[in-house]
Write a protein that binds this ligand. Structure first.
Ligand code: NOJ
Ligand code: CA
Length: 655
C-alpha cells in the first residue's frame, strides 16, 4: 500500500485530514476534535455537507464515537480502468485518492476503529472498518450515528422508507428539513450552492439498508432495524457499507456517475457465462384480466399458451420467455397462502418437461419464476432443490419476487431491507451464481452496486413499475427515476406495453414512450411486457425498435433533462458502432434539439426516428406516432417533439 502519510508517536485526539479528488475540485475533510469524529465535504471551496458526526452505538459496550485518537494514517491514489461483463458502460475508470485513518480509544479498553475516505471526481465515500481486536470479537450495533448535514432548505427528492409496498412509491420533492420520516436512498438533493448530490450506499452486505432522516440538526443514517430493535449483529473484522455522495454540477451529470460500482470489488470468479436478455412474458394478460395466475378456465401458464408464446419469441426475435403462475402457489389468497408455496410443483395443466423441451427445440430461454411472497423460511427450505429443478429443465434465468409488506425469517416479521433481508437476498444470489443462474429480483433489496461483484444479478425491480399502470402512475414518474432510483443501477420496469388504451389498465403514456423506455430505463434483462399479438399484428412498425435495441451498452451519454420533467440519453450498443437515443417528458409536451456530436467524424449514419405525432397526447391520443428515416452526420442537429406524456426513440446505424 502506497505512501505513508503521517505517524503519530503519542495519542492525538485533535487532527484534520483532507482527501482531495484527482481533479482537485472535491474535498472530504475528516476532523477529530477532542476525540470526537466528524467529516465535511466541499466542492470548489463551497460547502456541500457541513461538519457531520461519525460513530456507532453498540448494545454491549460504550459507543464508538468519542475518546478516539489517531494512531496513524495513509493516503494512496488509484487510477485504473476495468472492463464490465455487461451494463451501461463497457469500460469504467476508477480514479480516486484514499485516506485511511487508524484510530484507537485513548482509555481502556482501547478499542480500534479504522475510517477509510475516498475522493473521486464524481463524489466521495467513506466507511467504518472495525478490525478484529483482543477485547471485542462481535458487535451488536444499535445505531449508526453518521450524519449528512445539508442546509435545511436544500431541495430533495425521495420516497419514504418502511412502507408496505417497499420501494414502490412515487418520488416527492421536499426541503431537507421536512425529511422527518425516514427516506430510502438514493436520496437526491439540490444544494443552495447549486450542486446536485445523491446520498446512497455501496457494497451492502450483512447489515441493514441505510435510510436517512432529520435528527435535531442534520440528516442521520437510520439503519433498518431487525425485529429485536437492533440494527445489526456482526462478527469482527467488519466493514460497514460505503456511505457515498455523488456530487455533480447538474442533474444530468448526476446520472453519469459510476461511483457506486467503483466502490464494489471486482468479481472473484469468471462470469463470462452471464448474458443480458430480452424476454416476453405470460404476464400482462393476467394484469388486464385476460388470464389468471391461478389455475382456472383462463389460466395463463398452460402448456398450450407457453408453446404459443415460445412460437411468438421465435417469430418476433425475442430470446426469452417468462412464465408466471406455473407452480403450486396461486390458489385462493396467494399473499396469505404464500407460506406454503411450492417451487417444484407445476400446476396440472402445465407440463414443465414438455414446455422446456419445446423451448430448447426453438432456441428460446425460459425465465423461471419464484414468487416467495417474502416467506423466506419456506423458500430457503426449498431454494437449493428449486434451483436444481430449474437447471434440470435447462432454465438459467429466474425472476424472483418478494411481494408482501414484510418477510418471515426465523418465524419473525422482518423488513425486506433489514440485515436479515439483505442476507437472504445475498444467499439466493450466491447460490444462483454457484449454479450458473441469472436473476431478475422483484421486491428486491435496493442496489448498492453488488452486481459488479455478482454479475449474475442482471436486474431488479425495486421501484414502482408498470404493474401500477391503470391509475397509479403519472408521466412524471419515469422522469424522476433517472435522477433518483436509477442512480443505483438497472431496473426491470416491464416496458413495452402497446395496449395503452386498455380500459382495465389504461397506461398513462403515449405508445411511442413505451419504446423510449428501452433506452431511458437501463436493465440487464428487458421485458417486452405486453401480449405479443400487439407486437406482431397491431404495431409491427414500433416493435422493430424493441427487436433491435440492445440490452447492454458500450457507452452511455446522458444528454439533457431536469428532475421530474424530462430526460434524454444516448447509448452506444455494446461492442458496436450504432447508437440508440431515447427521451421522455412529463405531462407537458416538449421540443428538444439533439446534437449528434457523439457520432464518428466523416461517417454517414442512417437514423430511424420513432416519435409522437404532433397531435399525440397520453390522455386522448396515445397511439398517434410517426416513424421516419433520415441520414445524419456528426455535428448535425435534429429538432424532436415529445407529446404530453410522450417520448421518442431513435436508432442510428453507420452506413
Ligand atoms: C410483483 C411483481 O413486481 C410482479 O412482476 C409479479 O407479477 C407479481 N409480484 C406476482 O409475483
Ligand atoms: Ca413489484
Amino acid at each position: 500500500m502506497g505512501l505513508l502519510n503521517k505517524i503519530f508517536k503519542k495519542a492525538k485526539t485533535d487532527a484534520v485530514f483532507e482527501t482531495t479528488s484527482p481533479n482537485g475540485r472535491l474535498v472530504i475533510t475528516f476532523v477529530l476534535s477532542r476525540g470526537e469524529m466528524f467529516y465535511s465535504v466541499a466542492k470548489d471551496g463551497k460547502p456541500v455537507v457541513h461538519n457531520s458526526r461519525l460513530g456507532l452505538n453498540l448494545r454491549d459496550s460504550a459507543s464508538l464515537d468519542r475518546g478516539m485518537s489517531v494512531v496513524r494514517a495513509f493516503t494512496k491514489q488509484k487510477d485504473e480502468t476495468w472492463e464490465a461483463y455487461w451494463g451501461e458502460e463497457h469500460f469504467i475508470r476508477d480514479n480516486y485518492t484514499e485516506t485511511v485513518i487508524y484510530l484507537e480509544e485513548v482509555i481502556k479498553p482501547a478499542r480500534l476503529l479504522t475510517l477509510r475516505f475516498r475522493a473521486y471526481d464524481d463524489g466521495v465515500a467513506f466507511r467504518y472498518e472495525v478490525p478484529a481486536q483482543p477485547l471485542m470479537s462481535k458487535m451488536v450495533i444499535t445505531d449508526e450515528l453518521t450524519e449528512f448535514a445539508f442546509n435545511s432548505n436544500d431541495r430533495s427528492w425521495s420516497i419514504n422508507a418502511y412502507q408496505p409496498d417497499r420501494y414502490e412509491y412515487c418520488y416527492l420533492e421536499k426541503p431537507v428539513f421536512e425529511l422527518r420520516d425516514s427516506v430510502h436512498t438514493p436520496l437526491t438533493i439540490q444544494t443552495t450552492a447549486g450542486f446536485f448530490v445523491a446520498v446512497h450506499e455501496a457494497c451492502l452486505y450483512n447489515y441493514g439498508g441505510m435510510n436517512v432522516k432529520m435528527n435535531n440538526r442534520a440528516l442521520q443514517a437510520d439503519i433498518t432495524p431487525l425485529s429485536d430493535g437492533t440494527r445489526a449483529h456482526v462478527s469482527l473484522p467488519f466493514n460497514t457499507p460505503w456511505r457515498m455522495l455523488i456530487v455533480a454540477d447538474s442533474a444530468i451529470e448526476l446520472t453519469t456517475s459510476r461511483l457506486m460500482l467503483n466502490l464494489n470489488p471486482a468479481p472473484r470468479e469468471d462470469f463470462s457465462w452471464v448474458k443480458p436478455i430480452k424476454f416476453l412474458g405470460i404476464w400482462w394478460a393476467m394484469f388486464v384480466g385476460e388470464w389468471t395466475w391461478a389455475p382456472s378456465d383462463r389460466h395463463g401458464a398452460t402448456t398450450e399458451h407457453a408453446k404459443e408464446y415460445i412460437d411468438y419469441c421465435e417469430r418476433l426475435g425475442i430470446p426469452g420467455l417468462l412464465i408466471e403462475g406455473w407452480n403450486d402457489a396461486w390458489e385462493g389468497d396467494w399473499l396469505q397462502n404464500g407460506v406454503n408455496n411450492k417451487f417444484m410443483d407445476p400446476t396440472p395443466d402445465f407440463d414443465m418437461d414438455e414446455v422446456c423441451r419445446y423451448a430448447r427445440e426453438k432456441g428460446v430461454e425460459i425465465v423461471g419464476h419464484h414468487e416467495t411472497v417474502g416467506f423466506i423460511d419456506n423458500y430457503e427450505r426449498q431454494i437449493d432443490d428449486a434451483y436444481k429443478y430449474m437447471l434440470e429443465h435447462g432454465v438459467k434465468y429466474i425472476k424472483s419476487g418478494y411481494a408482501g409488506s414484510h418477510m418471515m425469517i426465523n418465524d419473525k416479521r422482518e423488513y425486506h431491507h433489514s440485515q436479515l433481508g439483505v442476507m437472504h437476498y445475498q444467499y439466493a444470489l450466491e447460490l444462483a451464481a454457484s449454479y450458473g443462474i441469472m436473476l431478475d429480483v422483484h421486491e428486491p433489496i435496493k442496489s448498492t452496486g453488488i452486481e459488479r461483484t455478482w454479475p449474475n444479478l442482471l436486474t431488479r425491480e425495486g421501484a414502482r413499475g408498470q404493474e401500477y399502470e391503470g391509475g397509479a402512475l403519472s408521466p412524471s414518474h419515469t422522469c424522476f427515476l433517472p435522477y433518483t432510483r436509477l442512480l443505483a443501477g438497472g431496473m426491470d420496469y416491464t416496458s413495452g406495453l402497446f395496449d395503452v388504451c386498455n380500459p382495465t389498465k389504461r397506461v398513462a403514456t403515449t405508445i411511442t414512450r413505451q419504446i423510449a423506455y428501452y433506452v431511458t430505463i437501463y436493465s440487464g434483462m428487458q421485458m417486452a411486457a405486453d401480449r405479443p399479438r400487439f407486437y406482431e399484428e397491431n404495431f409491427p412498425d414500433l416493435f422493430e425498435f424493441i427487436r433491435n435495441v440492445p440490452v447492454s451498452w458500450e457507452k452511455t451519454l446522458p444528454l439533457m433533462g431536469e428532475i421530474g420533467k424530462y430526460y434524454v440519453v444516448a447509448r452506444q450498443a455494446w461492442n458496436r458502432s450504432d447508437w440508440y437515443i431515447g427521451g421522455v417528458t412529463d405531462e407537458n409536451g416538449r421540443r428538444i434539439v439533439l446534437s449528434f456530436d457523439f457520432l464518428e467524424e466523416g461517417a454517414n449514419y442512417k437514423a430511424k426516428l420513432y416519435r409522437d405525432s404532433d397531435d399525440a397526447h397520453y390522455r386522448d391520443n396515445q397511439l398517434g406516432h410517426v416513424v421516419e428515416e433520415i441520414v445524419v452526420r456528426k455535428g448535425d442537429r435534429l429538432e424532436i417533439y415529445m407529446a404530453p406524456g410522450g417520448g421518442f426513440a431513435l436508432e442510428v446505424r453507420k452506413m
